[in-house]
Design a protein around this ligand. Structure first.
Ligand code: APR
Length: 228
């Protein structure tokens, strides 16, 4: 008998306990940075150095932090379930914790991409990506991040996983950025859906919805106990 499929949608909140600031909490990441200046194609055209510096700074922080208990619980669930993590996060903490199926809807901080051929993707060695770093075709490299206004190439794949879920967990996301926030609507009404967040985002009520108003590590522990 094939294992039940457990699908997770995670956001910045799951990395908060590892020390990575979220975007919209009081001391959020965007404060001090106009999001359209540092995370949009227009910002990149206008001032690429500011964009490179913004992501270099985030890489500098992200490379020093470790996954927390919340990430580990999701990795451990792979012993019992087929687990697919759909994350809005660009850090690599789910992978570091041992999750083996991670889909990054908004890109990956430790990767860069050619500006002339988007299929050319490279690992960022260390934490810096600088002006003058070029792809094998000689064009400037950019952060491998989905910026505001850009397509979310992995959304279709993520939606199919959500439709196939036997259990769906949302953790650490304000559910305000689409299309990611719309994934919950792909989940079958008969499937248990857990939302873990200390400041519960507003979610349209629906069958089998369980709201757990706790931080990631504690809320996922509670989900774990309800599953077994
Ligand atoms: N544990 C769990 N959730 C937490 C914790 C915690 N310790 N601390 C904060 N949160 C919750 C907040 O209550 C909020 O609902 O995490 C959520 C963080 O929301 P955002 O900062 O909006 O982050 P996210 O939802 O991931 O943003 C989505 O927006 O800025 C863009 O592309 C960026 O991927 C990002 C997307």
């Amino acid at each position: 008998m094939s294992r039940r499929k457990l699908v997770v949608l995670s956001g910045a909140g799951i990395s908060a306990e590892s020390g990575i600031p979220t975007f919209r909490d009081a001391d959020g990441l965007w404060e001090g940075h106009d999001v359209m200046e540092v995370a949009s194609p227009q910002g990149w055209q206008r001032n690429p150095q500011l964009v490179l510096d913004f992501y270099n700074q985030r890489r500098k922080v992200a490379r020093k932090v470790e996954p927390n208990r919340g990430h580990s619980i999701l990795a451990e669930l792979e012993e019992e379930f087929e687990v697919v993590i759909i994350t809005q996060n660009v850090d690599d903490l789910h992978e570091k914790a041992g999750s083996s199926q991670v889909i990054h809807l908004h890109g990956e901080l430790f990767k860069s991409r050619s500006t002339v051929d988007p299929s050319l993707i490279y690992d960022v060695e260390g934490w810096e990506l600088n002006w003058g770093d070029t792809c094998e075709k000689g064009s400037q490299l950019r952060p491998h991040i989905v910026w505001f206004g850009e397509m979310v190439p992995m959304m279709e794949v993520a939606a199919v996983h959500a439709q196939q879920a036997d259990i769906f967990i949302v953790v650490g996301t304000s559910l305000v950025v689409y299309p990611a926030a719309g994934l919950l609507d792909y989940v079958s009404s008969s499937v248990p859906k857990y939302i873990v967040d200390p400041n519960m985002p507003s979610v349209q009520s629906r069958p089998n919805l369980h709201l757990i108003e706790k931080i990631g590590s504690e809320g996922l522990q509670e989900v774990l106990e309800r599953l077994f």
